[in-house]
Design a protein around this ligand. Structure first.
Ligand SMILES: [Mn+2]
Length: 383
């Protein structure tokens, strides 16, 4: 059956955070619309919809004020539920944004006690993740920013952030956890401006760390689309540098507040190029959906949302296969690659003496209109 193509399987490595399907629909203007689900209930739901993995912030799983005994009981129950539902824990992260203590940032806060507490909280979150088998540790610095640059020099914030990541890399080595850290950029929200606003900012920063090999990025569709950037280009740069350790899939209309929409639901063409890229290059790390259901949905609607994320990915994967096998597209791509092979730059002396026919080079149509329409035909099912 053709529709089997669109059923999620473990090999697809589809994961959801506890905070995604567990999202209760709170927004800045309204309270929760759905009852809370326990981590065990969420794992049961993920098993039911066919997901492969579950991720968590420390406090999604263990409340910030839990006793050590409560923590251990929660971990036991959660581990059991994962086992019973065939769900793995590929990634863990730390919440350094919700508690009021982080109002001025975590690793970049002006108060050194806040910075030290943030490191301690992160190390404990790393312990928790390692206990449950996580191999990737995501860091999203939601509060690492400013409303006014009067508060600190931004280069000081960058230095503090570097010190924190170096410290955590040392802890990772000392404990033998073998985590790969994945830094997640966002330009703004909840702060007016967040440091390291784009994936490219982090890719440059990583090279300045003591252990750059231990650190990569976690690009998120919504975070690149908010300022109108091209997610696939950010992902491609990370991939080409060997830094695409994790990915957050969702959707977002550019220029709006942080929407975290179901994957592919707003910009189907952008989602297509992203899936095609990931599949063409053979990306094998988790495919994490960092999104949540509309505020209008009940429990069943949340499952529709989760199934929809995975189904859209798999439909687009099949569309990418059709794109790669389309004869007309292949013919145009062959012509493009012929043009790619015409010139060999050679030595500087040879190149300086070579004559180019500029007007001829500029006169030939490149057929990108046709290529794009063939893409649209495939996406709309008219191929
Ligand atoms: Mn995210």
């Amino acid at each position: 059956m053709a529709n089997d193509l669109y059923l999620p399987k473990a090999e697809h490595k589809f994961s959801f955070g506890l905070w995604t399907v567990g999202n209760r629909g709170r927004d800045p203007f309204g309270d929760a619309v759905r009852p809370g689900l326990s981590p065990v209930q969420i794992v049961e739901m993920l098993g039911e919809v066919g997901a492969w993995g579950v991720n968590f912030h420390d406090n999604d799983l263990v409340p910030i004020d839990a006793t050590p005994q409560q923590r251990d009981q929660i971990v036991r129950d959660f581990r059991k539920a994962c086992g019973e539902n065939g769900i793995v824990v590929p990634m863990a992260t730390v919440n350094l944004f919700y508690d009021p203590v982080f109002r001025d940032g975590a690793f970049t806060a002006n108060d050194s006690d806040v910075r030290a507490y943030s490191l301690q909280k992160t190390m404990k979150a790393m312990d928790l993740g390692a206990e449950l088998g996580a191999e990737i540790f995501v860091l999203w610095g939601g509060r690492e920013g400013a409303e006014t640059d009067a508060c600190r020099r931004p280069d000081e914030a960058i230095k503090r952030f570097r010190d924190a990541i170096n410290y955590l890399c040392d802890y990772n080595s000392a404990q033998g956890y073998g985590y790969r850290f994945a830094l997640e950029a966002k330009p703004n929200e909840p702060r007016a401006d967040i440091y390291f606003p784009t994936t490219g900012s982090y890719l440059a920063f990583i090279e300045t760390l003591d252990n750059p090999d231990m650190v990569g990025v976690n690009p998120e569709v919504a975070h690149e689309h908010m300022p109108g950037l091209n997610m696939t280009h950010a992902v491609a740069q990370a991939w080409e540098m060997g830094k695409l350790f994790h990915i957050d899939l969702n959707d977002q209309v550019p220029g709006r507040y942080d929407q975290d929409l179901r994957f592919g639901s707003a910009n189907i063409k952008a989602a297509f190029w992203l899936v095609k890229f990931l599949e063409d290059v053979g990306y094998e790390n988790p495919r994490h959906f960092d999104a949540h259901a509309y505020r209008t949905e009940d429990y069943e609607g949340v499952k529709d949302f989760a199934r929809g994320c995975m189904r859209t990915y798999l439909i687009l994967k099949e569309k990418a296969r059709r794109w790669n096998e389309n004869k007309e597209i292949k013919r145009i791509l062959d012509e493009i690659s012929e043009n790619d092979r015409k010139s060999n730059v050679g030595s500087a002396g040879d190149l300086l003496n070579k004559e180019f026919d500029r007007s001829k080079l500029a006169s030939m149509g490149l057929q990108y209109e046709k290529l794009d329409q063939l893409t649209i035909d495939i996406l709309l099912g008219a191929d």
